[in-house]
Design a binder for this molecule. Sequence first.
Ligand SMILES: Cc1cc2nc3c(=O)[nH]c(=O)nc-3n(C[C@H](O)[C@H](O)[C@H](O)COP(=O)(O)OP(=O)(O)OC[C@H]3O[C@@H](n4cnc5c(N)ncnc54)[C@H](O)[C@@H]3O)c2cc1C
Length: 523
Amino acid sequence: QQSQATWRYPTSAQKPRILILGAGMAGITAAKALHDKGYDNFIILEGSNRVGGRIKEVMIGGITVEAGAGWIHPDPQNLIQSLADRVNLSYVPLDSDDHVVRDGNGNDVTLEFDTRYNTSFDPAFKFLNSYAKEANAKGKPDFTVRSALSMGGWQPKSHVDDVIEVFNIDGDYPYPPEVNSGLNAFFGAYSGAKGFSTTEDLTVIDKRGFSQMVRGLRAEFLPDGDQRLRMNEVVTDIENKDGGISVRTRDNVTYSADYVIVTFSIGVLQHDEVRFSPTLPLWKREAINQFQQGHLMHIYLKFAETFWDDNEFILYASERRNYYNMWQNVDKNFPGSNILQVLVLGDEVIRLERMDDRAILNEVISTLSTMYRGRSISPVIAYSIPRWNSDPLFRGAFSNWPSGYTLDTFNGLIAPVGKIYFAGDYGDPFHYGTIQASYISALRVVDNIDKCVRGLDSCEAPYQPKYEARGCTYHGAQNYNARAKEDDGSCIILKCPISSSGSVYYENYTYTILLLIALSIMF
Ligand SMILES: Cc1cc2nc3c(=O)[nH]c(=O)nc-3n(C[C@H](O)[C@H](O)[C@H](O)COP(=O)(O)OP(=O)(O)OC[C@H]3O[C@@H](n4cnc5c(N)ncnc54)[C@H](O)[C@@H]3O)c2cc1C
């Protein structure tokens, strides 16, 4: 049963009606940018009951901690830090040098970790950086982070080596080195002027939560209670028709618009949580599904008392790679809170999300008993286990650029389909997977819509994928492709091919018989 929408766009019919889908960093940034350009005829539809999306705090034992984004990654333009400063957000620099490493026997193996890091990993990492820059300048094809580390002399040989990798690579993406793009990894070709600063990340420790930054941005242009921000509106369908777009929600309310800005995560788009009609073109679906949505789970545990090391990071050189490797000591920033955080990465998150809380807690406690053999582990009195991947509004933590994903495919990822525009944390090649990308891509999309509305030439041209013609280059094959530049190994060679005139001839036999006749005449 379909009902008529009961809401009204605020301005006259002359102004374009713009729907923003999602009220995370990208959605609120887009709305603010539209407002700044004089477009107030917008509606924001948000599926949850809050603003902020994957920037989300939880309370544990009276302390505010971050279930989603927790760190500001400093960048040369100070994009996010300056937004945080607008609401006086409290943050402190991380101190990744303040770490201790424990092995499966509870031994302190920090010295081995630091030595291997300094003598082997760090030089290879620097090699990766310069190799990526050179490969980029010469137009070489993409490569994996693993291959460049290996050329730089790093081959992990122990559990300690594995944890060095997880701390320095999986911890940022969160995929292992064999998956990540060497050309595009943010410490690679694009680090420096356009990417991130090399200074330490900043941990947000504000009792209002990191999402106060997004709420603060909203409050700058949208008063509390303004009907243009509509919560608990889960979008199920987006229909692109000639002359307009209609968007339907789970409650069967239909909204019409001239322009739509989609800010759902790449995971939501990959899971087909929202139906597009007509189906998105193949180039768009390829671009969406070949990008990646990575997984990260911040588990917080409040204990009756502390029993762990006093360092900011506690690393566990487990026997299985990426098994509860990274811990952050929340007590460091909140003394007396007795809170420890474990950062679970990649496929491990998928495994844990399929377990119940009790089973996860049992594993975590048993891991701590191994790391702190001989010490008594005090009881857990509160905990938080967020499940980003199972949530149909998120389907993962943040996006990642896999090796081999081309810039052309990326251009398709960020291109509009008609007047449906896309923004999110995948939307910037220099900052993908972070709040910066959501912010930058939302500003770009609003700029493009503005140009379209004003009829400027620079209105975004429809995206055209640039496929390299590949196919079968053997002219005798049934599927010979005269335009193919490179053989893709697909040639179908029949013993009895059909000639272009349609008559059947025995090409192979004809040549063989002619050869035999020629030979018999010669000899
Ligand atoms: C555990 C974790 C740690 C992270 N750590 C960091 C970090 O330290 N630093 C950093 O920069 N980034 C970090 N990130 C990534 C960062 O949080 C995101 O990149 C960023 O917040 C994405 O913002 P967005 O607006 O693009 O998307 P989202 O925040 O996902 O916003 C999209 C909105 O759309 C809504 N929505 C989805 N589907 C529908 C639907 N069908 N109908 C209506 N509404 C819908 C969602 O509810 C959501 O509010 C982390 C993320 C996670 C999960």
